[in-house]
Design a protein around this ligand. Sequence first.
Ligand code: PLP
Length: 395
Amino acid sequence: MVSQKMFELGRRSSKIRQIAEYGRARKAEIGNEKVFDFSLGNPSIPAPEKVREELIRLIETTPAEVLHGYTSSAGDMGVRESIAKYLSETFGANADASLIYMTCGAAASLCISFTALLAKGDEVIVPSPYFPEYKVFIEKAGGVTVTVPCEDKTFKLDIKAIEAAINERTRIVLINTPNNPTGAVYSEREIKALADLMQKKEKELNREIYLLSDEPYRELYYGEGKLPFVPNYYKRSIVAYSYSKSLSLPGERIGYIFVSPECPSADDVFAAVCGAGRSLGYVCAPALFQRMIPGVLGLTSDISEYRENREILVGALTEMGYELTPPDGAFYMFIKSPEDDAELFCERAKKHEILLVPSDDFGVKGYARLAYCTSRATVINSLPAFKALMDEYKK
Ligand code: PLP
């Protein structure tokens, strides 16, 4: 006997993974360069050189029993202090090291946060389209996912729709900016509008409602200036951060949870975060990668590659007749399917060796996600295939 629920989750891997697996097999069959794989958000640019240097320095200078030993479960205090200092200097966040919890990436940050905050039946508002794993994490923590569609075409938050969805069971509003799968980025005005709404609703319902900001793409922004730091706008904020994308380290599993010092009863929230991490068996985040972080704070992989991929694809695909909203951040774009059924569109794309993910798994119909964190050659060589695909629809 096994858990039916876990069995089903294990058997039915995510659509993204299924397509990526297909891509792997297909590349082995016909050659890497012949498959235009835009399925997976796996960074294609290397980590900054300083990451390697720091790792080597740590390996050469730290006694092995320290280097590979457990850290405290919330993480090494020196590391947390460096991150707090960095966040304070960069965002004016008044960050507190004792409210930072080192994790195995954003997925762990989210699972721990949901487990820390949710009682059975509590609702989490999730703007759609959304990263499909949210549902898995929320349900495992006993919560209920309430999806709220974003605005058409721009994929910005629909504040009125969120207002209508908040009720006496709401515990968390989850946002993800820059966004997977749309590449949308929320401006300061939009974050303020959401914060104002949530403050109003907290009062009206006499209920604590948390703003959980999932930020693995925080530094992947192609616009001007800096993005708003969510906890500066809403007190009851928690940030789920990860270095997977900003430093191109998704396999190393390193990130953190930031509980806003302005959050009422922040110490209690942090204690619940520690309890959740413990109950989920995380023990501590990878020690070597924790210790590498202070030496690379403020660095980001060279995202000019993504920026150029984005420019080439937005220009070429739009000219061919594809409908898309140019993404402002992350490394995804959401293309309108030329036929109603996005699954059929992606199947058709597959015949041209183009691998896209249909939007159904992201909670909306009629789009396909393209992850442009690929080599430049994949982008350039895919263009005739995209053209041939669109020509089929124009016939
Ligand atoms: N949240 C979003 C929106 C993501 O796109 C991803 C990964 O693609 C994650 C969380 C998980 O990231 P990590 O690899 O840091 O666990």
